[in-house]
Write a protein that binds this ligand. Sequence first.
Ligand code: PLP
Length: 415
Amino acid sequence: MSDTSVVSNSIDIEAIRAQFPILHQQVNGKPLVYFDNAATNQKPLSVINALKHHYEADNANIHRGIHTLAERSTTAFEDTRKAVQAFINANEAEEIIFTKGTTESINLVASSWGRKFLNEGDEIIVSGLEHHSNIVPWQLIAEEKGAKVKAIPVLENGDLDIPAFSNLLSDQTKMVAVNHASNSLGTINPVREIIEMAHAAGAKVLIDGAQASSHLIIDVQALNADFYALSAHKMYGPTGVGILYGKRDLLEKMPPYQGGGEMIKEVSFDGTSFNDIPYKFEAGTPNIADVVAFKAAIDFINELGKENIAAHEAELLSYATKALKEIEGLKIVGEAQEKVSVVSFTVEDIHHFDLGMWMDAKGVAVRTGHHCTQPLMDRFCIEGTIRASFSVYNTKAEIDTFIAALKDVIKKFKP
Ligand code: PLP
């Protein structure tokens, strides 16, 4: 059994766990072990309290009222925009557009940029590691514009085949859309290199940062990304909120995504003129309270320090991977050179859903299935995997519990 009261890499895990009320409960009569963090991670009290405080003290619609509550609400909302700008090192706060999440951010670019800049015969390159939300929006716009979607192949270890990517690039390539880290296998992609190669071919690049945001340092200027998308709920923040980062000159050239209030300068029946960025892309009343609480999530990550979070999670990943490898009949899917804290595996002769259900009976929450990456599952000729993913509040003791539970469940099927 490993040490529970760890002070790991200058962060005190027990003090962190105390900030997450949801972790301190029994599920099916057993203490909860929450290893489904890649789907959504849990929220600290600071985020929960920010949400509560907004509705108890400041709630009003933003950007329109001149009364005190409207001003407070607007300031808090715009403070989150500035916090996101700093978090990803964008050049200006105006380059940050609030959306429902990564999915909506990618749809915004595919619809708005794609409708204006894609033509028949153009090509969009995604990768074999993508979440459906970074495939389907491109297929939809490609179909509409007569463009083609191509995919970078995935190597046996879960890394992208970069030489094959180089061969896919051509004068027809207009957009390259890849994730920073894979939700299914944990692979960290060499996005800086991918962006450089795509730019050399004259293409724009969108990075899906959904799985990178709580683990990796993001610097959109150093990366030279044209677009970057992320979701608050995968970084200790609320669901239903995310952002799209876009370079100013690109956002300014793009038509609005949706029409409505806030995104206009003037409306008449002779024509409508549109607001400046970011408001041009923020039609209607946004998810104000959750955007406000998102700032508390960013503060939580900043206070702990991304390097410290990453070091602790890397320790958990290597501890879990080593223990899993000792289990007979278990195969890890995806052993890329660089990974975020996600480990996917299959167990010979046992369906992943059965394993997941029995793990839940033991209080262990893991994800089972294709993880919205069916092309990737096809690549490995499997239907799905069991996925354990770790956040900063997880411990080696929880991994011990998970491994013991897994061994017990396997014994049920293969006595
Ligand atoms: N991209 C990746 C890599 C993801 O892991 C996810 C969610 O799991 C998404 C996109 C979609 O994010 P959301 O559902 O928050 O829009």
